[in-house]
Write a protein that binds this ligand. Structure first.
Ligand SMILES: [Mn+2]
Length: 430
């Protein structure tokens, strides 16, 4: 018997009140798509088959370097986070995977944790290691680097932590490890840029050697922060070099917020795919830097163009194309459940729109250099409102047509504010 956090009766009751309007919108869209030679049912089924994982850390309020403003009833441990992730999946039906982070989600019994997730209809996605902050009682500090540290005991500690994450992940049923290091420098001359990359590669090779045969190691690059002069794995070039050197099972992860402003991220996606090294995504949006804003809240067009490249890639796959899709956001002023439901819908919408592109017409226009026709072919798909398809897919799987309305009617957060212990004020990024 599956553990449901939100009453299925409430969802059904709410849906019943909204079904007539949805059916009307869905029928109108169905006719419009039919004129374009698209069967709406196929798009809906594709939407049902597609999913994006939520990060365990995203279930809590995020923060900035300056402050964190806690939310009454936010989760304080992995068990409560799983409960909130269950709500997100129950209402939205697109997020069955949870990406855990260690040591933040450490427990005694990982087999029991896996069963707990499964009781909600959830599973564990990519495991994230953490060598970017020090933990209590940790012998070596990461203040001047982890996998690339000049100090052998520090590198050893970082390697062992990553290997432990793989071990935990095996118990949780995961098959991916995401490695992001904050390693780098804040001053010119602080470290030798060539030798620090060498040290990183040597240490990462030891982590790679511990990967089970069916696992993927994903390297996440980030241009700056916490290192503000140079980062060791700063861009997709460094990430690709490292992934190629480490081996077949190592791929690159693209976090949408980890690039310089105005960088053509969709082109990076196409390049990594061509190299057979596109491992996965961290979805979020950014206006200025690594803002970790809600996916598609600032630049939904860019998100669509990324998915257009993914649809191209899936049409002509290379090198075991199977990217992992994850949300990675910091919810500083919203209820994280609402933000992740909103983001999952936006991301799923961009995925669906990419499959509305008349690819044959696009390719023909590209080959004949018909610039305007090529552009309009993409634009037509982008401008299609796929909301009724996503809502119908949700409803048919037991989710909510109006996830925001139903979530608020459930009073989940208010109830949790009574049950859960309050989070301290804290400060900074969590
Ligand atoms: Mn990320």
């Amino acid at each position: 018997m599956q553990n449901t956090v939100i009453s299925p009766d409430l969802i059904e009751q709410d849906n019943a009140a909204r079904l007539d309007a949805l059916e009307e919108d869905y029928a109108a869209l169905s006719r419009a798509l039919e004129r374009r030679g698209i069967a709406i049912g196929q798009v809906k089924e594709r939407a049902k088959d597609w999913s994006v994982a939520v990060p365990s850390w995203g279930a809590g309020r995020g923060g900035t370097r300056f402050a964190k403003f806690p939310l009454a009833g936010e989760p304080t441990n992995i068990h409560e986070k799983l409960e909130d992730c269950a709500v997100i999946h129950q209402l939205g039906r697109t997020t069955p995977g949870v990406s855990p982070h260690f040591p933040w989600d450490r427990v005694e019994d990982y087999s029991a944790l896996r069963e707990e997730a499964e009781s909600y209809g959830l599973h564990f996605d990519a495991v994230n290691s953490n060598t970017f902050q020090d933990q209590q009682d940790q012998p070596q500090s990461y203040a001047t680097g982890s996998l690339s540290s000049t100090l052998e005991p520090t590198r050893r500690q970082a390697i062992e932590h990553n290997v432990e994450c793989i071990e935990i992940g095996r118990h949780l049923g995961s098959d991916r490890l995401t490695v992001w290091v904050g390693d780098g420098t804040n001053f010119p001359g602080q470290q030798d840029m060539g030798r620090s990359f060498d040290r990183y590669l040597d240490a990462a090779a030891e982590v790679y050697a511990a990967l089970p045969a069916d696992w993927t190691m994903m390297l996440e690059h980030k241009m700056f922060e916490p290192a503000f002069y140079s980062s060791v794995i700063s861009d997709w070039g460094s990430s690709l070099m490292a992934a190629q050197e480490l081996g077949e099972q190592c791929k690159c992860l693209v976090d949408l917020g980890h690039h310089a402003p105005n960088v053509n991220i969709e082109q990076i996606v196409a390049r990594l795919h061509r190299a057979g090294k596109l491992g996965g995504f961290h979805f979020n949006d950014s206006k200025y830097g690594d803002d970790d804003l809600d996916s598609g809240s600032i630049n939904p067009h860019q998100l669509f163009l990324v998915f257009n490249e993914l649809a191209e890639a899936e049409t002509a796959p290379r090198g075991g194309f199977d990217p992992a899709y994850m949300i990675d956001q910091s919810h500083n002023v919203t209820d994280p459940i609402e933000s992740m439901l909103s983001s999952a819908e936006t991301i799923a919408g961009c995925h669906a729109r990419a499959w509305l592109v008349d690819r044959e017409a696009l390719h023909a226009a590209q080959e004949s250099n018909d610039v305007m026709l090529a552009f309009r072919t993409l634009r037509q798909a982008y401008e299609t409102d796929v909301g009724p398809i996503l809502a119908m897919a949700r409803m048919e799987q037991g989710g909510a047509i109006d996830w925001l309305g139903t979530y608020r009617a459930s009073q989940h957060r208010e109830r949790k504010a009574q049950e859960r212990r309050a989070v301290g004020l804290g400060a900074g990024i969590v």
